[in-house]
Each structure stands twice: as structure tokens, then as C-alpha cells.
Design a protein around this ligand. Structure first.
Ligand code: DGL
Length: 258
């Protein structure tokens, strides 16, 4: 069985890492490192990149495609499912529902994501549907994507950035911190260090993995020896090294898409 992962960069590893040692498969991880970050670009431009890259995973005959990117999911998932009706495409959404179900009475939920995800209809419709509009504090943390991609960030600089972004939120009145971008779990430690420890930090990766496992069963897909292929849209040794460090996998077949 072939499972494709897609993200603008390294963020998808926060999902990939939770399945790769558990389910044996041929994994293909496609990172659009040439065009990262997505969250601060124009929607139409990003839509074009997402379409091009998902087409590649479809052509490589992936049985399941995981869009391990909230930004790409928010703008493209419906359209992609229409386009590829026979392929199982699993998206990533900020775990707001999980937070809302677990919410402590009257407390607020911080939803962190990219600027694009926060602006998109998908997220705002969900908040409306859950009827918690006045309990949500949105915070765009686009710079975390850059820090992650550069790899050699300064922890203190990251924490100062986070403090600045959170300075107008009364943290004592919050019960949950939703990591609505797959790059953000890479900074869970720094995030936890700048917020009170009674705030629960959550992301959607467990839900996605359960979804993948369910689809494997439903489609009777068979496990096979694990291999990891990394496809990049731009050659980058820094990216490959960061990928190996974060995934803790060294045996990776790397190719650059021409
Ligand atoms: N990892 C991505 C997400 O989950 C995209 C970040 C970006 O490229 O801005 O939203």
C-alpha cells in the first residue's frame, strides 16, 4: 500500500511521525519547499500549487493521500475530492471541535493557525456551527513556519515572538490552545513555556491517523515493508537534514520534482 503525505514543508511530519512506525507502507512525502510558506500568500496562487502537487501523488498511485496541511485543506479539499472521486483524500483541520467538547464553562479557546486558514470559510463556518464565536481567540503565527523551515532558530526569539502575538489575550481566561497548522507542534515546547500550564495544547494529528487507519481497513489495503520517499519541489540539503532529524529516519530516498 502506498500512502502519500503532502505539506508546504516540514509541518506534515507532525502527522507523519505518528503513523510511520506503526503502519508499514510505502510512504511518499511531498513537500512544496519551493513555495513555502503558503499561509501568507494569495489564495489562487496556493490553490495552483496544491493542485499541481496532489496531481503528482495521484499519478504515483497513492492509495491514500493525507493533506497534512491545514492551509491547503482549508482552500482545496472539497475541490480535490470532486476532482479525484476514486481516491481517498484525508485533510487536516484545526481541532476546534475537540476543544469545544472539552471546553471548561465560560473559558475561551485560542485557535492558532496561518493567516489564510484563519481567514477561510471552512474554519469560520465550523466556529459558527459550534456556536462558540464569542469564545474563540484567533492568533496567526505564520512566522513559526519560517522558523521551522530554517531549522536553526533561536528558542528565545521564538518565545519572544509568541509572547508578542499573545499579548492581547487574557491567558488566564483560556482553557485550550489549538495548534491549527501542522508546523506548530514542532514548537509545542516553546508554546507550553509561554502559557499557563493549565491550558491544554491540542492538535488534530490523532484524529487524522485514526482516519487513515480506518480507511486502510475499509479498503482492505495490505501492509508491506516500510519505505520512505521524499519528493521536494526544490533541491535543499537543509530540508533533507531537517526531515531526517525530525522524523528520526535516515534511510530516505530523496528526489526533486522537475
Ligand atoms: N503546515 C501548513 C499548515 O498546516 C502550512 C504552513 C504554511 O506553508 O504557511 O497550515
Amino acid at each position: 500500500m502506498k500512502i502519500g503525505f503532502f505539506d508546504s514543508g516540514l509541518g506534515g511530519l507532525s502527522v507523519f511521525n505518528k503513523i510511520v512506525n506503526d503502519v508499514s507502507a510505502c510512504y511518499i512525502y511531498l513537500a512544496d519547499n519551493k513555495n513555502t510558506p503558503y499561509g501568507i500568500k494569495r489564495k489562487n496562487e496556493v490553490l495552483k500549487y496544491v493542485e499541481e502537487n496532489i496531481k503528482i501523488l495521484v499519478e504515483l498511485k497513492c492509495d491514500i493521500i493525507v493533506i497534512a496541511c491545514n492551509t491547503a485543506t482549508s482552500i482545496a479539499i472539497n475541490h480535490l475530492r470532486e476532482l479525484y472521486k476514486d481516491i481517498c483524500i484525508i485533510g487536516t483541520e484545526p481541532a476546534i471541535k475537540l476543544a469545544a467538547n472539552d471546553r471548561v464553562e465560560n473559558k475561551e479557546i485560542i485557535v492558532s493557525a496561518t493567516t489564510m486558514t484563519l481567514r477561510e470559510e471552512k474554519l469560520n463556518d465550523l466556529i459558527k456551527k459550534l456556536n462558540i464565536e464569542n469564545k474563540i481567540k484567533k492568533v496567526a503565527l505564520d512566522k513559526l513556519v519560517e522558523y521551522a523551515e530554517n531549522g536553526n532558530y533561536d528558542e528565545n526569539e521564538v518565545k519572544e515572538y509568541l509572547k508578542d502575538k499573545l499579548k492581547n489575550i487574557n491567558l488566564n481566561n483560556c482553557s485550550h490552545f489549538v495548534l491549527g497548522c501542522t508546523h506548530f507542534p514542532l514548537f509545542e515546547k516553546e508554546i507550553k513555556e509561554v502559557i499557563p500550564n493549565n491550558i491544554k495544547v491540542i492538535d488534530g494529528s490523532t484524529g487524522i491517523i485514526n482516519n487513515v487507519k480506518r480507511k486502510i481497513k475499509e479498503n482492505n489495503l495490505e501492509e508491506n515493508k516500510t519505505t520512505v520517499k521524499l519528493l521536494l519541489t526544490k533541491e535543499s540539503n537543509i530540508f533533507v537534514n531537517n526531515f531526517k532529524r525530525i522524523s528520526k529516519i535516515s534511510d530516505i530516498d530523496v528526489s526533486v520534482i522537475k
